[in-house]
Ligand binder design. Structure first.
Ligand SMILES: [Zn+2]
Length: 125
């Protein structure tokens, strides 16, 4: 049996149907307790809009590193570093909104599966 898949609204990763969700699968939004309790905060939306703003301010076809969005919003070293993972989650959500692609070595990667450094690029029309 092929298990149904959903996209977590917080981390933007795919997750698979599990037995414990048998009764309420249609309502499930989060892949994990961590995502459910963390939820989406103002800063998460800000990271999304900052990524888009940075990309739109560059030449078309240009790419950015998610750290640029994190640096943009973090006032000091430790603060922007703590925004790195949230910036990557924001990037995944933007992929699912059809707004950007995530690239590694110039190739589009699966937002649920990539590991290591990534670049972000506006989705070409
Ligand atoms: Zn999640």
């Amino acid at each position: 049996m092929v298990k149904p898949i959903k996209i977590c609204i917080v981390c933007g990763r795919e997750f698979q149907w599990r037995k414990k969700w048998e009764r309420n699968w249609h309502e499930v939004k989060y892949c994990s307790k961590a995502c459910r309790s963390g939820g989406l905060k103002g800063i998460d939306r800000k990271l999304e809009s900052t990524i888009l703003q940075l990309l739109r301010s560059r030449q078309s076809g240009a790419s950015i590193c998610p750290s640029e969005a994190a640096r943009n919003l973090g006032s000091d070293e430790s603060q922007w570093r703590s925004l790195m993972e949230p910036a990557r989650r924001a990037a995944r959500r933007l992929v699912h909104q059809g707004k950007i692609d995530i690239l590694q070595g110039g190739k589009i990667v699966d937002p649920s599966k990539f590991k290591g450094p990534i670049r972000l690029k506006l989705k070409s029309e």
